[in-house]
Ligand binder design. Structure first.
Ligand code: AMP
Length: 303
């Protein structure tokens, strides 16, 4: 049965440099991208914290997509989470130049009744301690997804392993899966995630698509072919948000449903990378997501 979706994670201001352009202090963060992407599929609630510099216009951007921000705290004195990143020549590799937790430093999540009773939950990329704290407050979730990144794999491994064993689906990108498992082959890394205790694992490989490692089998979804890449930031978060949103909307998280959700997730993530911040994601709408999802289906069918 379809149900409510809660999205936790970072709400950030990003300064981003790509080989073509750069932008400063734009709305980013795992929860922002994920909730905006999810909102095309199912009503989304967001949980996190922003600082005293958080712009009213950015609050409006979230509200414009009907995202429930009643579990987002406004810190009275600290600034919003800050991330500065730089992409190299081929856009495929990036370096974090600066990351400041700011408002997240002493953040202890609190959830209202509506959020606690969410049946579908995406624990977007943030410290596994915060993710576990949100997880611990949930009444009886039906399907939980967790995403993470290299910083937490390196710095909070134990807490992350513990979380991975509790959630229903772990989403990572290929380099993070390799870092987490110590494997240098993506297939071996996916299987190693299951051995580590993940119930099922989804490994993303950017423009090459994504792979699902599930007890019922293995599935590969292509990425939507993008030829006008502007800024890859948030692709993973919007992929996870769209996937969780689609699952919440149809209320079925079996293998076949996950496969279809991956196509929608690829379609949605492809819009994110065509602009800085979440602009294209906000602009394009569900018709374009459906069109891209149909195109992905068409180009990957051989019958
Ligand atoms: P992605 O490109 O999908 O990995 O997501 C990038 C987004 O994650 C940016 O908008 C950043 O603000 C945010 N981010 C970067 N580092 C972290 C971190 N350590 N924890 C949570 N969010 C982060």
């Amino acid at each position: 049965m379809a149900g409510k979706l809660l999205v936790a994670g970072s709400v950030a201001y990003d300064c981003i440099e790509t080989p073509l352009a750069s932008e400063d202090y734009i709305l980013g963060g795992s929860a922002s991208y994920a909730a905006l992407a999810a909102s095309y599929f199912s009503p989304a609630m967001m949980c996190g914290i922003v600082g005293n510099d958080f712009k009213k216009s950015d609050v409006e951007r979230l509200k414009a997509r009907s995202i429930d921000i009643s579990n987002v705290v406004f810190h009275p004195s600290k600034p919003t989470f800050f991330w500065r990143g730089k992409y190299f020549e081929n856009f495929n590799s990036r370096e974090t130049l600066d990351v400041r937790l700011n408002a997240y430093e002493d953040y202890k999540p609190e959830l209202n009744e509506s959020a606690r009773s969410a049946e579908y939950v995406l624990l977007g990329n943030i410290s596994p301690t915060i993710q576990a704290s949100v997880f611990g407050m949930l009444d009886s979730p039906k399907f939980t997804v967790a995403d993470t990144m290299d910083l937490w794999i390196n710095n909070e491994r134990e807490a992350l392993v513990d979380l991975v064993r509790r959630v229903d689906l772990l989403i990572l990108n290929d380099s993070e899966a390799k870092l987490f498992t110590g494997e240098n082959n993506i297939i071996r890394a996916g299987r190693a995630l299951l051995k580590l205790g993940a119930k099922c694992a989804l490994v993303k490989a950017g423009e090459y698509g994504s792979m699902l490692f599930h007890e019922r089998g293995f599935f590969v979804a292509p990425a939507y072919p993008v030829d006008d890449l502007r800024d890859p930031t948030g692709a993973g978060d919007s992929f996870a948000g769209a996937l969780a949103g689609r699952i919440a909307a149809i209320g079925d998280f079996g293998f076949e449903s996950l496969k279809k959700a991956m196509l929608y997730a690829s379609a949605t993530a492809s819009m994110t990378v065509e602009s800085f911040s979440c602009y294209k994601l906000e602009e394009n709408g569900m018709d374009e997501i459906e069109r891209r999802k149909n195109y992905i289906e068409k180009i990957s069918r051989a019958d």
